[in-house]
Design a protein around this ligand. Structure first.
Ligand code: 5GP
Ligand code: MG
Length: 191
């Protein structure tokens, strides 16, 4: 895993504190993770189902899947882990289900970031209950200081501190998703 680099960014984006992970570093890491996945699933007999968790994972998923040489299909799921207030409750709600029938398939859940772990914990349990052959997880980012439940993470891009990050799919109020790097917001926001 590469060390996190900190780069000063020009003042055209005053809400951002600093770039945590630059675009080249992300691409190199995504290639490494894709290579691991290609090795691990080299012998599968039916396509691997990649399930991107909307919306934050869409850019990571797009880059990752284009580096896969193992047979795969792309699917999506949407969940919400927010209760009535702004604190994460662990009360995960399914907003949109997958199209694929996962029974007897290998599934790889693709997430942007593991924070408390409630979202991935819910999804892993839910997918196992569907009679899948296997369920693994990949996250681009994880915040170890924030975990509330244990989730087995198979492929992790980067470990980051407890700050609110945006870019490469991650948003703040639906903004910043299409930045090519991961940046820290100036005012750290807790869910
Ligand atoms: P968990 O269930 O692990 O607490 O929630 C993970 C979800 O919280 C992520 O999929 C993401 O949507 C959101 N999240 C957690 N930390 C951040 C962050 O620093 N930035 C952004 N944009 N979203 C985050
Ligand atoms: Mg998410």
């Amino acid at each position: 895993m590469e060390a996190i680099r900190s780069i000063a960014i020009p003042p055209l984006t005053p809400d951002l504190e600093r770039v945590l992970i630059d675009a080249d570093t992300i691409q190199r890491r995504v290639t490494e993770l894709a290579n691991q996945i290609n090795n691990d699933y080299a012998n599968i007999t039916e396509p691997l189902i990649l399930v991107g968790v909307l919306k934050g994972s869409f850019i990571y998923l797009a880059d990752l899947c284009r580096k896969l040489t193992v047979p795969h299909v792309v699917d999506f799921i949407a969940v919400s882990s927010y209760g009535k207030g702004s604190e994460t409750t662990g009360n995960v709600r399914l907003l949109m289900d997958t199209r694929e029938n996962m029974e007897n398939h290998h599934v790889l859940i693709v997430e942007d970031i593991l924070d408390t772990g409630y979202t991935l914990d819910y999804l892993v349990r839910n997918f196992i209950a569907r009679g899948t052959k296997s369920v693994n997880t990949t996250v681009l980012l994880e915040k170890p200081d924030r975990h509330k439940v244990h989730v087995d993470l198979k492929y992790v891009g980067f470990t980051i501190p407890d700050v609110w990050v945006v870019g490469f799919g991650l948003d703040y109020g639906e903004q910043y998703r299409t930045l090519p790097y991961i940046a820290e917001m100036k005012i750290p926001k807790k869910k």
